[in-house]
Design a binder for this molecule. Structure first.
Ligand code: 8DG
Ligand code: MG
Ligand code: MG
Length: 143
């Protein structure tokens, strides 16, 4: 059996903001293993970006979010992987629906755990699509 040729896919990632901090988790995945990344995942058929953002954040952290807004779009091509892939990364911004909520590590096979990090002191290494976006000027605290 031959595998189907790869196609670009859509990923929605969420910059969840609390005060001066954002929520990051250390990945457990063949793609970007042990790097810090935003919650997010694949856009499902029929979903809006906002619906996908809320669903992925809920699935991965248990958190409810609000004020979900589109920030920017990035084209992330992973050619150096065993299975090359491409993600159109939709970067959303949101805040907690209720500030008292605490993130849960709902998918421990895919993440070491979630925590809040100051934007000016982000942990290293960042997942490279996030690192690249920041290098290109992405800042969820601007406008
Ligand atoms: P799903 O099955 O829940 O839909 O997907 P997932 O298991 O949560 O996928 P993911 O790897 O967390 O996200 C899908 C892809 O999105 C990821 O493989 C690459 C791309 N992606 C970026 N930037 C970021 C980011 O900052 N965080 C996350 N989580 N994914 C990102 O291009
Ligand atoms: Mg994910
Ligand atoms: Mg997911």
């Amino acid at each position: 059996e031959t595998e189907a040729a790869p196609v670009p896919r859509v990923a929605v990632v969420v910059c969840l903001i609390k005060g001066k901090t954002v929520l990051l988790g250390r990945r457990r995945s063949s793609l970007g293993d042990s790097t810090f990344s935003l919650p997010g995942g694949h856009l499902e058929f029929g979903e809006s970006f906002e619906e996908c953002a809320a669903r992925e954040v809920k699935e991965e952290t248990g958190l409810e979010i609000k004020n979900i807004e589109l920030m920017t779009v990035r084209n992330n091509v992973f050619l150096d992987e065993a299975k090359p892939c491409q993600y159109v990364g939709i970067f959303m911004r949101a805040v907690l629906a209720d500030d008292d909520q605490v993130p849960q590590n709902v998918e421990p096979n895919f993440c070491d755990g979630w925590d809040w990090y100051e934007w000016d002191a982000l942990p290293k290494p960042l997942f490279w699509p996030l690192e690249n976006a920041i290098m290109a000027g992405f800042n969820p605290f601007h406008t």
